[in-house]
Design a protein around this ligand. Structure first.
Ligand code: MF3
Ligand code: CO
Length: 257
C-alpha cells in the first residue's frame, strides 16, 4: 500500500533530508586519496549523532555500518573497511539513509577522487542528469513507470546501462515502503502518482552491461563485466506542482514564510 503523507510529515522528512544534504556537502572535502572507507563511515556516524539522526542501515538485516561506500566497479552496498584506502582516480558512491524524529531520508552521491578518467566523470555527470529526469516525472497524475522510463531513456541516451537488480522505493517512517521504483520500463504503467507520496529515486548506471554479481562478503554488488558504476539518490515528495527534492534542502517551510 502506498501511503499519502501530510504536510507535517513531509516537513519532518525534509528536515532529515536537509541534514543529509549538508552532510554530503561536507563529504566532498573528505573524499580524498589516502582516506579509508571506514574513516568516512565514522565521520558520517559522528555527523548523524550530532544531528540527532538515527542510521537506518545499521542493524538492517545485520548490516553494521551507517553508509554504503562502493568504488569503481562496485555498484551499491559496498561495506566500509579499515583496509580500504581511496586512491587517486577512484569513483566512489556513498549512500546514507537516516531518520530524524522517526522520519527517514535516503541519499546517495558519487564522488571523483583526484583525477579520474574522463569516462568516469562522464558517467557521474550523466547519472545526475538521469536522476533529474526521473525526478521531473514525479508529478501528480503521472504513472509510476513514467519515472522508470525517463531514467532508462536518459541513461541509454548517454550510452550507459541501467542496473536492473536494485530499485528505488517509497520512504517515510520506514526506509523501504511501497512502491518499488524501477529504473527501467515503459511509461504509462503502475499506480497513478498522488500528492503526498514520498519516493527515494536511485538510478545505478554503468559504462558496460547492467548485470551485477554479489561479492563474497554477501553485500557488495559489482558489475559482472568489471565496468564502472555510479549510484545517485534523492528523496522526493510529490505535490500538486513541482516535486520537492527533500535531500536538496527543498520542502523546508520557514515558520515565518
Ligand atoms: N540506502 C539504501 C537504499 O537506498 C539502503 C540499503 S543499504 C543496506 O535502499 F546496506 F542497508 F542494505
Ligand atoms: Co534508497
Amino acid at each position: 500500500m502506498i501511503t499519502i503523507k501530510n504536510k507535517a510529515t513531509i516537513r519532518k522528512m525534509a528536515q532529515a533530508g536537509s541534514l543529509l544534504d549538508k552532510l554530503f556537502k561536507e563529504l566532498t572535502l573528505r573524499v580524498q586519496p589516502g582516506v579509508t572507507t571506514a574513516e568516512l563511515d565514522a565521520f558520517i556516524a559522528q555527523r548523524l549523532a550530532e544531528g540527532k539522526m538515527l542510521s537506518r542501515t545499521k542493524g538492517y538485516k545485520g548490516y553494521q555500518h551507517v553508509s554504503c561506500i562502493s568504488i569503481n566497479d562496485e555498484v551499491v552496498h559496498g561495506i566500509p573497511r579499515a583496509d580500504r584506502f581511496l586512491r587517486d582516480g577512484d569513483l566512489v558512491s556513498i549512500d546514507v539513509c537516516a531518520s530524524l524524529n522517526g522520519y527517514c531520508a535516503d541519499m546517495a552521491r558519487t564522488f571523483c577522487v583526484g583525477n579520474v578518467i574522463s569516462l568516469a566523470r562522464q558517467l557521474n555527470d550523466a547519472a545526475q542528469q538521469v536522476l533529474d529526469k526521473g525526478i521531473e516525472q514525479a508529478r501528480e497524475g503521472n504513472h509510476l513507470s513514467d519515472i522508470s522510463a525517463a531514467i532508462q531513456q536518459e541513461a541509454e541516451k548517454h550510452g550507459f546501462a541501467v542496473v536492473r537488480d536494485f530499485a528505488g522505493h517509497g520512504i517515510g517512517k520506514n526506509m523501504h515502503e511501497d512502491p518499488e521504483v524501477l529504473n527501467y520500463g515503459v511509461p504509462g504503467k503502475g499506480p497513478i502518482l498522488r500528492a503526498g507520496m514520498t519516493l527515494a529515486i536511485e538510478p545505478m548506471i554503468t559504462t558496460g552491461s547492467y548485470e551485477v554479481v554479489i561479492e563474497r562478503d554477501g553485500w557488495t554488488a559489482s558489475t559482472a563485466d568489471g565496468s564502472l558504476a555510479v549510484h545517485v539518490e534523492d528523496t522526493v515528495a510529490i505535490t500538486d506542482g513541482q516535486p520537492l527534492i527533500l535531500t536538496r534542502g527543498m520542502g523546508i517551510v520557514r515558520e515565518d514564510a
